[in-house]
Design a protein around this ligand. Structure first.
Ligand code: SF4
Length: 135
């Protein structure tokens, strides 16, 4: 059995707590707080303690889904992006750019959040941008 601890950072919020992932035979099985990490000094909130669960969850989305006749169907990224772009154009033409809002997430990086707000303002044409930290 190959058992090891892999140091990492919790992806759930911007605090950036240090963790040690427990990995057995290449599979992530647990999360422990990193006692020597300067941010959390061995403490984690409940989300951090359980973060390994989403990695192996059967509910995790691994490819885009499109709702057709009330049912979610798997599709490819190119097709999902085309459908989304077409719908955005349709909505903007009918109701204006401020009919669309963009919600971003603490689970993505600052750079990705920056790109999302840039997309909202420069591509969609709306200032309706918000963040899950404020919800
Ligand atoms: S353990 Fe909790 S407080 Fe720390 S980064 Fe993760 S979500 Fe944020």
């Amino acid at each position: 059995m190959d058992y090891k601890f892999v140091p990492s950072v919790c992806p759930y919020c911007g605090t950036g707590c240090g963790v040690l992932f427990e990995v057995i035979d290449g599979k992530l099985v647990g999360t422990l707080p990193n006692k020597t990490h300067p941010v959390n000094e061995g403490k984690l909130c409940i989300k951090g303690w359980n973060m390994h669960e989403f990695v192996n969850s059967f509910m995790r989305l691994k490819q885009p889904l499109v709702k057709t006749f009330g049912r979610f169907m798997k599709t490819e990224w190119d097709e999902a992006i085309k459908i989304t772009a077409d719908r955005f154009k349709e909505i903007i033409k009918k109701h204006g750019p401020d009919s669309i809002g963009v919600l971003v997430s603490a689970k993505i990086t600052n750079e990705e959040n920056y790109l999302a707000q840039k997309f909202a303002r420069a591509v969609i044409g709306t200032n309706n941008v918000d963040h899950c930290a404020r919800l």
